[in-house]
Design a protein around this ligand. Structure first.
Ligand code: DAH
Length: 347
């Protein structure tokens, strides 16, 4: 009886060894485990005979049964490892570890940011310090202290987005002139880059755009200083051959005031490219790039500076305009559409 019991168990091991190779999935393998090692499986059935065995045979039979149980367990386990290895191999087939990796898409700075940085770099190089202030302003900083009293006709020039009666989205960066002079004693030389807002939206106007304001106040500052500073500035920004012209103009917060044109970056000032009329300067050879002037005495009075003791100049320029001229962008809307095919050209 013992002999046939032992042979039966060996047979189980042999059978399992023979069949494990046919298990090709985890499901097959689990079925095989249940068949051999399950509660009603082949090993359990064979063990039934143990009960009828005499005490002299039981130890040897029990020992063998344990060995076979372990053997079956490791046969199934090693098959599982084979299946796992094959699955990994499968997943890696066609994978070439020597291929260069895919480069993750990197972002780039927006052209407005780039232009702003470049302008600020040139101006800080000339000695100006960067300051900033709130985009939500009050009437006094945005208009009144800049020599635009409530009924001043110049307020019509700016279509304002109001938050409440006397609170508004700043229509220009010029309130930073006021804020700077209120908090500092002369001499001051600052630039204020930032967003500004107007009730304006068409092909060439967006409700939000960017400006950079400049202010220099000291003793004996002249219009000649203004001309020299701005000429050096535009030549660094647009190239040493750029011509500059100052046209008389009007702003409430400066007197005298001027608008500055530079020779057209597209046609070099010729007004045409070959036989074609230049569309950037509309055949004039000049493009306007900023407004400026000598700070009006009324602005000094508003901030508590003595207009008899100090003089200074201010200027304001539109960043979108500079970016369009510098990077040759023909349509303002490009800056706001966020088309990556456009944006990634500036990386
Ligand atoms: N604030 C003006 C505007 O938004 C721009 C400007 C013109 C600023 C002349 C100045 C200046 O400081 O002197 O149109």
């Amino acid at each position: 009886m013992l002999k046939s019991f032992l042979e039966g168990l060996d047979g189980l091991t042999l059978e399992c060894e023979a069949r494990r190779g046919q298990a090709c999935s985890l499901k097959d393998l689990e079925a095989l485990r249940v068949e051999f090692l399950g509660r009603k499986g082949k090993l359990a059935a064979a063990m039934g005979a143990l009960a009828q065995m005499g005490p002299e045979d039981k130890p040897a039979a029990g020992k063998k049964a344990n060995e076979v149980k372990n053997a079956l367990g490791s046969l199934l386990e090693s098959r599982q490892a084979e299946l796992d290895a094959a699955a990994t191999q499968d997943a890696l087939s066609g994978f070439d570890p020597s291929m260069p990796g895919r480069r993750p898409a990197a972002g780039s700075l927006h052209p407005i940011t780039l232009a702003m940085q470049e302008i600020c770099e040139v101006l800080t190089g000339l000695g100006f310090e960067v300051v900033s202030g709130p985009e939500v302003e009050n009437d006094w900083h945005n208009f009144e202290a800049l020599n635009m009293p409530p009924d001043h006709p110049a307020r019509d020039m700016q279509d304002t987005l109001y938050v409440s009666d006397r609170v508004l989205l700043r229509t220009h960066t010029s309130p930073l002139q006021v804020r700077t002079m209120l908090s500092r004693k002369p001499p001051v030389a600052v630039i204020a880059p930032g967003k500004v807002y107007r009730r304006d939206s068409d092909l060439t106007h967006t409700p939000m755009f960017h400006q950079i304001e400049g202010l220099l106040v000291d003793r004996n500052v002249s219009m000649g200083d203004l001309r020299g500073t701005l000429t050096a500035f535009v030549r660094q920004l647009f190239g040493a051959n750029t011509n500059v012209r100052f046209r008389p103009s009007f702003f409430p917060f400066t007197e005298p005031s001027a608008e500055v044109d530079i020779s057209c970056v597209m046609c070099g000032g010729a007004g045409h490219i070959g036989n074609e009329p230049c569309r950037v300067c509309k055949k004039t050879g000049w493009v306007e790039i900023l407004g400026c002037g000598m700070v009006d005495p009324n602005v000094y009075r508003a901030v508590g500076y003595d207009p008899e003791a100090v003089t200074g100049f201010a200027f304001g320029l539109g960043v979108e305009r500079v970016a369009m001229l510098k990077y040759g962008i023909g349509d303002l809307r490009m800056f706001f559409e966020n088309d990556v095919r456009f944006l990634e050209q500036f990386s």
